[in-house]
Write a protein that binds this ligand. Structure first.
Ligand SMILES: NC(=O)c1ccc[n+]([C@@H]2O[C@H](COP(=O)([O-])OP(=O)(O)OC[C@H]3O[C@@H](n4cnc5c(N)ncnc54)[C@H](O)[C@@H]3O)[C@@H](O)[C@H]2O)c1
Length: 262
């Protein structure tokens, strides 16, 4: 396929489903070769197959972003399959609903391990390869509106996403001189399995009573008047991977229909 990302070698983590899967499909449709990283190997294969069937180039890869050896192996697999690495989307993440006073040390570590440490490790291992290649690169992290505002009952999740914004800004400063750009996308309220879990969590903690009540009450704060679908991130993902954003780094782009005005 030819397009704006023709010849680009790309990794997307958490791309088995949800936002990651839709970003991966869009990147492949623009000509990118995309490694589909996910802790769930079966859904990684499904996304890769869907891309291949549509005429794109993709390969699945089992990865646990919390584990450095696993991440290094994923990056080596991309280099093996595609001949190098130009762009990585650090999108894998988990959510957990807990009232502020109920967050345990175990809860904190579980969320921080994937959303914080996982993003750090993926950035470090990708940058090492990009520096060796010597031709720059693009790193795109998935943060959240919760990386801009703290939301109850998602304090530890919000803290992890503020952390993603901090890692984005810091790495942009650290690696700009090598032509490595680092930006983040902040989705709002997106209809994915993650929000099903959050919605269930609101009911379990007694903060809502009916299905989709929490989802709808958050979504209706969007100025554009609707909840987001995973493919709403596709255009900005393609833009951040492409030369169209060549002079942008250290930025966090809210793609939330106007929930948070920054
Ligand atoms: N859904 C939303 O409303 C929303 C809003 C803002 C930000 N986000 C962020 O967007 C990203 C994607 O969210 P989503 O809604 O598509 O969620 P999702 O739960 O549908 O998908 C997340 C994917 O990450 C994978 N994953 C989880 N832990 C992993 C690990 N340790 N290693 C590798 N893969 C792992 C899962 O298997 C899954 O395929 C997350 O970082 C999330 O925090 C989502």
């Amino acid at each position: 396929m030819s397009g704006r990302l023709s010849g680009q070698r790309i990794i997307v983590t958490g791309a088995g489903r949800g936002i990651g899967a839709e970003m991966a499909k869009a990147l492949a449709a623009e000509g990118g070769s995309v490694l589909i990283g996910d802790i769930d190997e079966e859904i990684a294969r499904e996304t890769a197959n869907a891309i291949t069937m549509a005429g794109g180039k993709a390969a699945p890869c089992k990865v646990d972003v919390r584990d450095r050896a696993s991440v290094a192996a994923m990056i080596a697999a991309a280099v093996d399959a595609f001949g190098g690495l130009d762009t990585i989307f650090n999108n894998a993440g988990i959510a957990q609903v807990r009232k502020f006073l109920d967050i345990s040390e175990e809860d904190w570590r579980a969320v921080m391990d994937v959303n914080g440490l996982g993003v750090l490790i993926c950035m470090q291992e990708a940058v090492k390869v990009m520096l060796k290649q010597g031709s720059g690169g693009s790193i795109v992290n998935t943060a959240s509106i919760a990386g801009k505002q703290g939301y109850e009952p998602l304090a530890h999740y919000s803290a992890s996403k503020f952390g993603v914004v901090a890692l984005t800004q810091t790495a942009a400063r650290a690696f700009g001189e090598y032509g490595i750009r680092v930006n983040a996308i902040c989705p709002g309220v997106v209809a994915t399995d993650m929000w099903k879990l959050i919605d269930q969590g609101f009911r379990d903690t007694g903060l809502s009573t009916s299905e989709n009540e929490a989802f709808n009450s958050f979504a209706e704060t969007a100025l554009l008047g609707r909840a987001s679908q995973p493919d709403d991130m596709a255009g900005v993902a393609t833009f951040l991977a492409s030369a169209d954003s060549a002079f942008m780094t250290g930025q966090t782009l809210l793609v939330d229909g106007g929930i948070v005005l920054d």
